[in-house]
Design a protein. Structure first.
Length: 159
């Protein structure tokens, strides 16, 4: 029977304990519950004006132009081209020393198109800005390349 008499006392202790866990409402300098000093200060300040938005064509992000000199590579089949303005040094595993050929460059719609001849076959490199992976390393190149040699078309990267 002593257990039944202590139940009201236990209930009172639980209620008091839980009430102690509840946060009291914060009062600010105005004495209004839930209003902090920062909120009162913010209410007394004029509204902030949004920053001016300036949109110009110059501010737009444009892809980097293809530089006059760069190195392009392709894998499987392996090939590389080192371009220096109007000369291209073309090499493959079969021709590691490479061939130097003159090229003409046209810039069309953000792409550099270089054309020349390698051993009697037309060579065209089409280079444009874009993230590129060679598929064999973790290197990320800033330009993508489409290489056409005669009827053979391959993809590659450049920097």
């Amino acid at each position: 029977m002593t257990t039944i008499r202590s139940l009201p006392a236990l209930a009172l202790m639980v209620t008091v304990s839980l009430a102690a866990c509840s946060p009291e409402p914060a009062t600010g300098p105005t004495g209004v519950a839930g209003e902090s000093a920062a909120a009162v200060e913010a209410d007394s300040m004029p509204p902030a004006e949004p920053p001016a938005l300036v949109a110009t064509e110059a501010a737009a992000v444009m892809p980097a132009p293809v530089p006059p000199s760069f190195r392009a590579i392709g894998t499987e089949p392996f090939w590389s081209a080192r371009v220096d303005v109007d000369k291209l040094s073309w090499s493959t595993p079969e021709q590691p020393d490479g061939l130097v050929v003159p090229v003409k460059r046209q810039d069309v719609e953000g792409k550099a198109i270089l054309s020349g001849q390698v051993e009697g076959r037309a060579l065209v490199l089409e280079v444009s800005a874009g993230s590129c992976s060679d598929g064999m390393s973790d290197t990320v190149y800033p330009f993508t390349v489409t290489r056409r040699l005669g009827n053979d078309t391959q993809r590659g990267c450049a920097r």
